[in-house]
Design a binder for this molecule. Structure first.
Ligand code: ADP
Length: 232
């Protein structure tokens, strides 16, 4: 039964920022449900609230009002310890600038989150190699970051974000810093991850091509969801 419930449920969520006299409604009364294994692209002009929305979903900041449930956890009432656990166990993050550790090779970068969780080295390496294989970098496992192309770095970052089997992978402009060829490869990989049902995917993007790869498109404007291809 639990699997039928949406993975993510936002109910009338608002996030305000006060700067001096001004109050910005970065996210303004958003209600949204996302099912398990959906691949959702979030787009909209700069400043429309995309980053704020994903920070809320990642448990990086609290809503000013409203309710956010992810995988049964009420993020709007969770304390710091619960949110830290939530981020470690449930969330995988991919950024525009990859954020890999330059002193580590691909295998070490990808296994790192598991080592932090105390998973023994042989087990974490085996799991990391599975993911490295999945992103097509088996031949590069012992390469250091500076020996990789931008696209390969981003594929490494995606493997790292998936290694702990998160229920939700959030990617913020994952192709924003890549040439068109590498961007296409990263897009294809995200599509494959979506199709394989490895995780639920939320990708923030300015790129129409990336948005087309998703199974659902959500568009924001001035903190509100103004279009949702699911019709929900
Ligand atoms: P996007 O990711 O779509 O570019 P953001 O979520 O970054 O949009 O920002 C939405 C609005 O909230 C913008 O007007 C932005 O200036 C404002 N904002 C975001 N973060 C903060 C903050 N920490 N303090 C004040 N205003 C912020």
């Amino acid at each position: 039964m639990a699997d039928k419930a949406p993975l993510i449920s936002l109910k009338n969520v608002t996030r305000e920022y006060k700067t001096g006299e001004r109050t910005v409604h970065a996210v303004d009364g958003v209600s949204l449900e996302i099912a398990r294994h959906e691949f959702v692209a979030v787009s909209g002009p700069s400043g429309c609230g995309k980053s704020t929305l994903i920070h809320l979903l990642a448990g990086l900041e609290p809503p000013t009002a409203g309710e956010i449930f992810v995988d049964g956890l009420a993020l709007h009432t969770a304390d710091d310890a619960a949110l830290t656990q939530y981020r470690r166990r449930h969330i995988g993050l991919v950024f525009q600038f990859f954020n890999l550790l330059p002193t580590m090779n691909v295998l070490e970068n990808v296994s790192f989150p598991l080592l932090l969780q105390g998973v023994p080295s042989p087990e974490s390496e085996a799991r990391a190699l599975e993911l490295i294989d999945h992103v097509g970098l088996r031949e590069r496992a012992d390469h250091f970051v500076h020996q990789l192309s931008g696209g390969e770095q981003q594929r490494t970052a995606i493997a790292r974000a998936l290694v702990h089997r998160p229920s939700l992978l959030i990617a913020d402009e994952p192709t924003g810093n890549l040439d068109s060829h590498s961007a296409a490869a990263v897009m294809e990989l995200l599509e494959k991850i979506g199709a394989d049902g490895l995780t639920t995917l939320i990708v923030v993007t300015h790129s129409d091509e990336v948005a087309r790869a998703a199974s659902r498109r959500v568009e924001m404007h001035d903190g509100k969801v103004v279009r949702d291809s699911s019709g929900r």
